[in-house]
Design a protein around this ligand. Structure first.
Ligand code: HEM
Length: 441
């Protein structure tokens, strides 16, 4: 049965306050194919791996990204890979793909280590010896942004880091607001929201144009513009505006997600000292940092910890698609225009799909369990995250580097920060942990 107007009104209030809990409640109450109360369009929350695979993989051609959520993101990222529902997506994905190939990970490994060691130095310059309280989420966002700059744009973003981090936080708030508007307001109307979106865009535009101009200057007269992402895009026949959209996409998609993933991982390790000890021992036993290529094999315990943290706190907490044609979902006909909402957060905590779903138990990933359609922190199908391998390896390398010499504990009177569903799943008010050096007082 479809939701009533009263359901919609109630849902609107609940979604604003706490979308994650609300999504979970809808699934609990209405099951794995649940009519979701969205005004104006038939919408389904899908929590059966078979339907999830159908939408994201098997019938991906008809289930497109033509959704309100991606239109809202597109207000900031333009037609970049993440938000694009256009035919331009395929050639752009092809142009960008070599920057993320596993072979290239070997090359960028040192850059990730460099960025991590720089971040660690910043932690160690505090006035107090021993353990001290550190708000880790902001530091990790800076680190992840640094990695994007070094590895994908061949550029030191540190002079722009403050502004970029602020612009990303601002964009996260604006995208959520724009995605929630019930009455679509044209982008040109000078509402306060539209003005703020334009201001955020200007920040990103300025940086992209600077990066493009710098690269053109430094490689003038050479055969190629470089084998990192920026070089590939410049040589790939994209216009400057198209390159701008891809760069902004990578800044936003490439650092907030990784930073959020690392933040929740550190929290879980601080809460589970015995597991943290295992990661520490593995990290301390490595002769050097694991190379990005093969990081999983070099540090299997750390990799399982990352997988499990991304299960409990998937930074990309919801994925949406819209059907361009009628289809069959869960044996029932759905009309063209149906919105599908797939929530990795809900799926990853589904009691039918996971044993003891709320427990942090990295060992469940040790044996390469079969999770097709039930585990999708990076999505699935043709629109699978282009940065998946890169992000996983980056997280493993950063964690081994952090945990080899540091210990993370929860401060006295610990309560978990509220998991706020922004563009990424974000700890509201940050994540303050006690960080101590190992082997020092
Ligand atoms: C797509 C999650 C890191 C760039 C996606 C999607 C998810 C995701 C779920 C699919 C969205 C959908 O199907 O609607 C994550 C998570 C990350 C991460 C959890 C880190 C833990 C990265 C990094 C980059 C990146 C490091 C780049 C530097 C992208 C792009 C897309 C994408 C460009 C769109 C791909 C396409 O449609 O062709 N990501 N991502 N992501 N991600 Fe990631």
């Amino acid at each position: 049965p479809g939701p009533t107007a009263l359901d919609m009104a109630k849902a609107f209030t609940k979604v604003r306050a706490d979308p994650l809990t609300f999504l979970g409640e809808v699934r609990d109450e209405f099951g794995d194919v649940a009519a979701f109360p969205v005004p104006g369009v038939p919408a389904l929350l899908l929590s059966d791996p078979v339907d999830v695979r159908h939408v994201l993989q098997t019938s991906a051609r008809q289930w497109t990204k033509d959704t309100v959520q991606y239109a809202a993101l597109g207000r900031i990222t333009g037609n970049g890979l993440l938000a694009s529902a256009e035919p331009s997506w395929m050639p752009h994905r092809r142009a960008a793909a070599p920057a993320f190939h596993r072979q290239r990970l070997a090359v960028v490994s040192e850059q990730v280590v460099g960025a991590t060691d720089d971040a660690l130095r910043a932690w160690d310059t505090g006035p107090l010896g021993g353990a001290r309280e550190v708000e880790v989420s902001h530091l990790l966002a800076g680190l992840a942004l640094d990695v994007v700059g070094r590895t994908l744009f061949g550029s030191d973003l540190s002079p722009h880091a403050g502004r970029l981090l602020d612009a990303t936080s601002e964009a996260a708030v604006l995208v959520v607001r724009a995605g929630r508007s019930i009455v679509p307001i044209p982008a040109r109307t000078p509402t306060p929201l539209n003005r703020r979106i334009r201001a955020a865009r200007r920040e990103f535009d300025a940086l992209s144009h600077l990066l493009i101009a710098e690269r053109r200057r430094s490689t003038a007269g050479q055969a190629t513009s470089g084998d990192d992402l920026l070089g590939l895009l410049l040589d790939g026949g994209l216009t400057d505006d198209e390159i701008r959209d891809e760069l902004v996409t990578m800044v936003i998609a490439g650092h907030e997600t990784v930073a959020a993933g690392l933040t929740w991982t550190l929290m879980l390790l601080a809460e589970h000292p015995a597991i943290q000890e295992e990661v520490h021992e593995e990290a301390a036993g490595l002769t050097g940092p694991p190379p990005l290529m093969g990081a999983d094999a070099a540090a299997p315990v750390t990799r399982a910890v990352v997988d499990e943290a991304l299960r409990l706190f998937p930074p990309a907490w919801a994925i949406s698609r819209r059907s361009s044609l009628p289809d069959l979902i869960g044996g029932r006909e759905v009309p063209a225009g149906t919105l599908a909402i797939i929530s990795p957060y809900v799926l990853h905590r589904h009691p039918r799909l996971w044993d003891d779903p709320l427990a942090f138990r990295p060992s469940r990933f040790h044996d390469g369990i079969e999770q097709r359609g039930a585990y999708l922190p990076f999505g699935a199908g043709p629109r699978l995250c282009i940065g998946r391998e890169f992000a996983l390896a980056e997280m493993v390398v950063v964690l081994t580097r952090l945990l080899a010499g540091h210990q993370f504990t929860t401060p006295p009177g610990w309560t978990r920060p509220f998991a706020e569903a922004r563009v990424a799943l974000h700890p509201r008010g940050g994540m303050t942990l006690l960080v101590g050096g190992r082997g020092r007082t």
